[in-house]
Design a protein around this ligand. Structure first.
Ligand code: MN
Length: 249
């Protein structure tokens, strides 16, 4: 098993329960313990979580400076602005799920839309990349991709086209629809498929950030080169687990 943040979260959850059952309290915990109990597959919360790898971990495909600025400036700002919007618009971040806010985003302000989307999208983006990438999913998700797209290569080409052709800033997505069908879509700005305003609605399995801030330092205007490189860092193991959770397998 890979030693990913997800596994560490699972370990902490289990260890925490065992510890509590034994009447123990944990006084010394590693830094990632603050996300104790965080269910990353479904419940992306309102707070920015630690990056699951170092800034340089995805080199040469994504450079360290881009990762650092993207995570500590762009993504951190979405999270901060989301807190502000939530406070101003009566969203209790301790009780409400971020997904619930996204599913009725048309009822909120543009600030909420931009930052709830921005925060959710980036949290998912970090989690779906890994320095120990596999080339393609080979299990249940791999079979579903073959069923719904014909082949992995066809899926890869369609996704790449969606990412290349998104005009301006936005995201490309692999989405699971309510009918459990896999489809590709793209959204402008920080919208995502969970939003009631999305053209294609469903649950995002995998998303690619095609804002210039995600690639300009290394790739400048060459968005297609960035997209091609990103295929080398996808954490298919995570995406497979996320898919299995969604289809209750
Ligand atoms: Mn971004």
């Amino acid at each position: 098993m890979k030693n990913t943040l997800h596994d560490r979260r699972e370990f902490l959850k289990t260890a925490g329960k065992a510890g509590m059952a034994a009447g123990l309290s944990f006084t010394v915990l590693p830094s990632f313990a603050k996300d104790f109990g965080y269910a990353s597959f479904y419940n992306i919360g309102f707070m920015q979580q630690p990056l699951p790898y170092n800034y340089n971990a995805l080199e040469p495909h994504i450079d360290a400076m881009t990762m650092e600025i993207h995570y500590t400036k762009h993504a951190a700002t979405y999270a901060k602005n989301l807190q502000e919007a939530a406070a101003a618009e009566g969203v209790d971040t301790k009780k409400m799920k971020l997904e619930t806010v996204l599913s009725s985003i048309s009822k909120y302000s543009p600030k909420m839309r931009n930052n709830a989307g921005g925060h959710y999208n980036h949290e998912l983006f970090w989690e779906t990349m890994s320095p120990k990438s596999e080339k393609a999913p080979d299990q249940k998700l791999g079979k579903a991709i073959e069923k719904d797209f014909g082949s992995f290569d066809t899926f890869k080409n369609q996704f790449t086209e969606a990412a290349k052709n998104r005009f301006g800033s936005g995201w490309a997505w692999l989405v699971l629809t309510d009918g459990n069908k896999l489809v590709i879509s793209s959204t402008p700005n920080q919208d995502n498929p969970l939003m009631d305003v999305a053209e294609v609605k469903g649950r995002p399995l995998l998303g690619l950030d095609v804002w210039e801030h995600a690639y300009y330092l290394k790739y400048q205007n060459r968005r297609p080169d960035y997209i091609n490189s990103w295929w080398n860092v996808i954490d298919w193991d995570f995406v497979e687990k996320r898919y299995r959770k969604m289809v209750n397998d």
